[in-house]
Design a protein around this ligand. Structure first.
Ligand SMILES: C[S@@+](CC[C@H](N)C(=O)[O-])C[C@H]1O[C@@H](n2cnc3c(N)ncnc32)[C@H](O)[C@@H]1O
Length: 291
């Protein structure tokens, strides 16, 4: 039985973890006022953490990426406790941070996934190549794909007007405004056929019914040999990580899938060659299937 005293000890321990996580964000960000930076560095130093990235290749980019990643859970859980639940009810800053974090998925596909899915390389490089970004949010992932694959036009779908408005601004300010198209459309209403070489869908953000119907529609919308890549919960060998993913998925209003259920969803929608792929720490698990 957990007592009030146990809870108080837990709350004190949480305070330390949460404030030192915030200190890490402040130390990594480049616009932190000097007094807060000094106090943050002192706290981190007392914990044995030294934020010196000078030995890194391209330290500024590494720094910005880590700052976004370190802030994401704090911003999201803060928004949740303020009473915001669905993803797009959150502040602009949170959505943009989450978008920037998701944008790393494009580099992962280029560096790792491309060589694991037969034929995808050619599909993304051919003239007129198209990619479908389901749940495009603020468009950061769509922009990153268009930047990394010069032949590609990316179509981003979302059902949240607030997110699409930010996406339109981000696309207009990007280097690829003519190769990213945005649409206010539910994936379960997709009607295109034989159009895309690749589709991305993030299961933790898409409800079970939209995911089931959406995967069938995506299959039709892919060209033969095209691939769907589905992001989902990464469940490691301990119960805590599954419980954490369950809470996050409940907050996002999406579908909780492990590797096996992800493959079942894809097979049910008619995909073949289904495969769960390795992803680095911090990235979601990924399961792919081919039309
Ligand atoms: C984590 S966000 C995507 C982040 C995005 N990659 C970015 O760069 O901002 C997931 C998005 O999926 C959208 N979504 C959820 N269900 C959807 C559906 N049925 N059809 C289309 N989009 C959906 C949500 O509105 C949300 O914006």
């Amino acid at each position: 039985m957990t007592t009030v005293q146990d809870l108080q000890s837990r709350i004190e321990a949480n305070d330390q973890v949460i404030w030192s996580a915030a200190a890490l964000v402040l130390a990594l960000r480049t616009n932190t006022p000097p007094d807060l930076r000094d106090a943050s560095l002192t706290l981190l130093h007392s914990l044995g953490i030294d934020v010196d990235l000078s030995a890194e290749n391209d330290p500024m980019t590494v720094r910005q990426g880590l700052a976004v990643q370190a802030a994401s859970a704090i911003l999201q859980s803060g928004a949740l406790l303020r009473g915001d639940r669905p993803w797009a009810d959150q502040s602009e800053e949170t959505m943009q941070a989450e978008g920037r974090l998701s944008a790393r998925g494009a580099q992962l596909v280029k560096d790792v996934i491309l060589s694991l899915l037969p034929g995808l390389d050619a599909l993304l490089a051919q003239p007129g190549a198209r990619m479908l970004d389901v749940g495009t949010g603020v468009g950061a992932l769509a922009i990153a794909y268009a930047e990394l694959f010069p032949a590609l036009t990316v179509v981003g779908l979302d059902i949240m007007p607030g997110a699409l408005k930010l996406a339109a601004q981000n696309v207009a300010e990007s280097t690829v405004p003519h190769r990213v198209e945005l649409r206010n459309q539910d994936v379960s209403d997709l009607t295109e056929v034989d159009t895309y070489g690749l589709a991305w869908i993030p299961a933790p953000f898409v409800s079970g019914s939209a995911l089931r119907e959406g995967l069938k529609r995506i299959r039709e919308a892919l060209i033969p040999g095209g691939w769907v890549i589905m992001g989902h919960a990464k469940i490691r060998a301990n119960e805590g990580s599954a419980a954490l993913s369950r809470l996050q998925t409940a907050v996002y209003g999406g579908t909780m899938l492990d590797d096996m259920r992800a493959r079942d969803f894809l097979i049910e929608a008619g995909f073949t060659q289904t495969v769960s792929l390795p992803t680095p720490p911090g990235a979601p698990a990924i399961t792919a299937g081919s039309r």
